[in-house]
Design a protein around this ligand. Structure first.
Ligand code: SF4
Length: 367
């Protein structure tokens, strides 16, 4: 397959591994932002190929993992109404909320919960069921927000009054800034998420690189992509530079996808946002523009943002998402927390670090 197989070839991987080994003279710590990158790193054992002292921390770029448990609780509360159909991406239905209940459990108890592959599917369900209220649980980063915006605009055009959105979209760059602002931060360079940059472009990154003196390499998801991003960061660190480098040129243009950005700006505004385990991140999410406020499920169902934590478990996902702990540092990993019976979102999601470690049988810290 073009653009994939050549980025998995052993000879190319070996060449980048050797280039990194020759360039590095001292220990460095990088963070890969995206959970998709984490899965590639763990799947192919890329971190085990790096020189001793070069450490990869796993970042918060897993949309399911950072969706607040209170949002899941709100979706479950809305779903108690028999006139409501909740639509969600597949991974989200298995994630426990603050009350340790999931949408999957709510469905088993009789709630109408449908898995969709696109927000436009939820609009179609609303059009076919005019006597039901259809609520789309909108999660994810800059990659999924344009489709949500498009769905809302389409619902408006179709004059659907039975479609609304429980909004929990998040923005990556503010989360990177928050991590770097922590006085205990160990991150010296970032592998930024290539697919986010495909949509959002690079505009937000130079200020971060300059302010915190960290190189940022826009990085793809295949082994060669990731090693190339690692080399780009380490090369800069070794020479005292902190710039933004696009190592994913086959997909990312500096300006990003302007049409997608325009849809997002038309429907949403940047807002402070709660991230699961990370707290409120300034400008870390989106809110409705006034013109589209009628599609906000919070207005339609009079739900509140705060639902008290009623149960506590051993999950250390907050530390995992901030790169302070590895999944196998968690006492519950593989014991009381498994993909079949997850205690936290990182064990559920296809982009979760705990799921990656479990799937590829990583039982100890490799670095
Ligand atoms: S292994 Fe399970 S309990 Fe531990 S941090 Fe990961 S998701 Fe949470």
């Amino acid at each position: 397959m073009r653009y994939v197989q050549e980025f998995r070839q052993a000879a190319a991987v070996q060449a980048w591994v050797e280039a990194i080994a020759q360039r590095v003279t001292r220990p460095w710590t990088l963070m890969e932002v995206c959970g998709g990158q984490t899965h590639s790193i763990v799947r192919y054992g890329l971190d085990t190929l790096l020189p001793e002292g070069v450490t990869l921390l796993h970042g918060p770029g897993c949309p399911v993992c950072v969706t607040p448990g209170s949002v899941i609780d709100q979706a479950i509360a809305i779903a108690q109404d028999p006139q409501v159909i909740i639509c969600s991406f597949g991974d989200m239905v298995r994630v426990p909320g603050e009350r340790q209940q999931s949408l999957q459990q709510a469905r088993a108890a009789g709630a109408q919960v449908q898995i969709v592959y696109s927000p436009l599917d939820a609009v179609a369900i609303a059009a076919k069921n005019p006597d039901r209220q259809v609520v789309f649980l909108a999660v994810g980063f800059e990659t999924t927000a344009p489709a949500t915006a498009l769905a809302i605009a389409q619902a408006q055009q179709q004059q659907l009054t039975n479609f609304s959105v429980l909004l929990s979209h998040v923005r990556v760059a503010p989360a990177m800034t928050q991590l770097l602002a922590d006085p205990d931060c160990r991150i010296q360079g970032f592998l930024a998420a290539g697919h986010v940059c495909t949509v959002a472009g690079l505009a937000e990154y130079p200020a971060i690189a300059n302010r915190y003196h960290v190189p940022i390499a826009i990085t793809g998801f295949e082994p060669v992509d990731i090693l190339q991003g690692i080399y780009a960061c380490l090369d800069q660190l070794e020479s005292g530079r902190s710039e933004v480098v696009n190592c994913y040129g086959r997909a990312v243009q500096e300006a990003g996808n302007l049409a997608a950005q325009q849809w997002v700006e038309r429907v949403f505004a940047i807002a402070d946002q709660d991230w699961r385990s990370l707290g409120t991140i300034p400008e870390g999410g989106l809110e409705f523009q006034p013109e589209f406020k009628s599609f906000d499920a919070h207005c339609r169902f009079a739900i509140t943002g705060a639902i008290a934590l009623t149960s506590v478990n051993d999950c250390i996902s907050g530390l995992v998402l901030q790169g302070q702990k590895q999944p196998c540092d968690c006492p519950a990993f593989g014991r009381t927390c498994t993909p079949e019976k997850p205690l936290g979102a990182p064990m559920v999601s296809s982009e979760g670090a705990c799921a990656a470690y479990y799937r590829y049988r990583r039982t100890q810290v490799m670095n």
